[in-house]
Design a binder for this molecule. Structure first.
Ligand SMILES: C[S@@+](CC[C@H](N)C(=O)[O-])C[C@H]1O[C@@H](n2cnc3c(N)ncnc32)[C@H](O)[C@@H]1O
Length: 251
């Protein structure tokens, strides 16, 4: 695949979430409290907020949240949750609808890999106040578990994943990494539905998509660990990367 069509495919996948918003909201994991415990008090800008999976964890932890999400379908579900103290805006990480220095933290849940990292780093630095934090979070399937790694392989999820675990970001020091292990209890059907919301699966041609979902179902029905189980604990590592600005950038 050449660079231009690779970019097009990525852009297509970045815009693919809205039509799946209800399934996404029902089945995607939330975030464990330990993954956000280090965020300082004060306003949090939740970028690529989607249907509000991370937003809800932030609200539960007592934060005032400004949620920014470009997809109208995802935003509609988020607004429908009617979360107290949450302002919701259309916007992207490269151009945030937030004044200079207004945020104590800027967070991305499962969304940093969709932005231009240089532009989004500069924009995060613009909106962060002194001692502000940029936090990138990912729920990653625990690929040390064989049946989980096999589901990943069948669905064509990348390994290693397309985002390095700790990218270097301009203007920020090396991140502190918080690695939280947790799991989501799902029926086999729900687990297949979860995979159907991954952009690498959802953007396939219908027949191809059905074939992947069938193979996932088949694997769950035949693997000795998962066969015949009413529910499964799908294991995650939730990685939180906490970035602080390098000293000296403010003039
Ligand atoms: C995988 S979802 C994550 C949603 C939510 N944060 C969560 O944890 O479930 C990625 C979200 O990023 C949004 N997105 C895509 N491009 C973006 C950009 N340039 N800036 C901000 N968000 C973007 C998508 O519309 C989608 O809602």
């Amino acid at each position: 695949m050449n660079a231009a069509s690779d970019d097009e495919t990525r852009a297509h996948r970045a815009r693919s979430f809205g039509r799946l918003a209800a399934d996404y909201d029902r089945i995607r994991p939330g975030y464990p409290a330990a993954a956000i415990a280090a965020l300082p008090g004060g306003p949090v800008v939740d970028v690529g907020a989607g249907t509000g999976k991370l937003t809800r964890a932030l609200v539960a932890a007592g934060h005032r949240v400004v949620a920014v999400e470009p997809d109208p379908g995802m935003r509609a579900v988020l607004v429908g949750h009617d979360l107290p103290g949450v302002e919701v805006y259309d916007g992207v990480g490269e151009r945030l609808p937030v004044p200079d220095g207004a945020a104590a933290s800027v967070v991305y849940g499962q969304a940093w890999h969709w932005v231009d990292p240089d532009a989004a780093s500069a924009e995060a630095r613009r909106v962060l106040g002194p001692d502000g934090l940029l936090a990138l979070l990912w729920n990653l399937p625990d690929l040390a578990v064989d049946w989980v790694a096999e589901l990943n392989r069948i669905s064509g999820q990348p390994e290693p994943r397309e985002h390095p675990e700790a990218p270097v970001l301009p203007g920020f020091g090396p991140p502190e990494v918080i690695d939280t292990r947790w799991s989501q209890e799902l029926t086999p059907d729900e687990l297949v539905l979860l995979f159907s919301t991954f952009s690498r699966v959802s953007t396939r041609e219908p027949a191809d998509r059905q074939s992947v979902l069938e193979r996932l179902r088949d694997h769950l029905a035949r693997s000795p660990v998962t066969a015949g189980r009413a529910t499964l604990d799908y294991p995650y590592r939730c990685l939180t990367l906490l970035y602080r600005e390098l000293a000296g950038k403010r003039t």
